[in-house]
Design a protein around this ligand. Structure first.
Ligand SMILES: N[C@@H](CCC(=O)N[C@@H](CS)C(=O)NCC(=O)O)C(=O)O
Length: 206
């Protein structure tokens, strides 16, 4: 019995949450939802009115949005050491990059994939993510010192959230291959929790 219920589809951003759950070592139950049927059924819309996964129910409360779920899980599993502790100045970097992942990297990749370009100066100013090339440059530059983990010495929820997005991007070729992203992602994906998570979701994802 566990009070953590994970709503997902194996072919979704739920893979980020699965990896994070496996990193925490917390027990959880999984509910697999199908696009267009159970994901849009009243029972699930009562959990997430967006009709999207991932979602996490913890007792009477629900967390949605993959980044928020990662941050929440890091907080309720402090023994796993997946976030700098309260009061640690590194929390500045932690929060900065988690929000960068959700509010800057994600829309940059998706809009680029959809063919929306924001390279003209007016569009760049209005779009919170600036432009796809700028986001990629900033991220490649961040990794150019050969760091293994996004925040420096220690693995954290940022590596799960940003690492998973970079892994998706390399897999679906929405991000440039053959550079620092490859080595960063390869290092993260060799973690036992990442391997376990992939093993659970991969067969169901087909
Ligand atoms: N902002 C959400 C996005 C969630 C999302 O768009 N999930 C997709 C799967 S990757 C989904 O559930 N799509 C189903 C739909 O919109 O019908 C997050 O970060 O978790």
């Amino acid at each position: 019995m566990t009070d953590l219920i994970f709503y997902t589809n194996p072919m979704s951003r739920g893979q980020i949450t699965r990896w994070m759950l496996e990193e925490t070592g917390l027990p959880y139950d999984t509910r697999i939802l199908e696009y267009e049927s159970t994901m849009k059924a009243p029972e699930f819309l009562a959990i997430n009115p967006m009709g999207k996964v991932p979602a996490l129910r913890h007792g009477d409360h629900v967390v949605t949005e993959a980044a928020a779920i990662c941050m929440y899980l890091a907080e309720i599993a402090p023994q796993a050491g997946l976030a700098p502790a309260p009061g640690d100045p590194l929390r500045a970097d932690y929060m900065r990059w988690m929000f960068f992942g959700a509010g800057t990297l994600e829309p940059a990749v998706i809009t680029h994939f959809m063919g929306v370009e924001t390279t003209d100066p007016a569009a760049y100013r209005r779009a919170g993510w600036g432009s796809f090339p700028r986001v990629i440059d900033v991220m490649q530059d961040h990794l150019s010192d050969g760091r293994r983990y996004w925040l420096g010495d220690a693995f954290s929820a940022v590596d799960v959230y940003i690492g998973a997005q970079l892994a998706f991007g390399l897999q679906f070729e929405t991000l440039p291959k053959g550079g620092v992203f490859d080595s960063y992602v390869a290092g993260l994906k060799s973690r036992p929790a990442a391997i376990r998570a992939d093993k659970i979701d991969a067969p169901a994802a087909g």
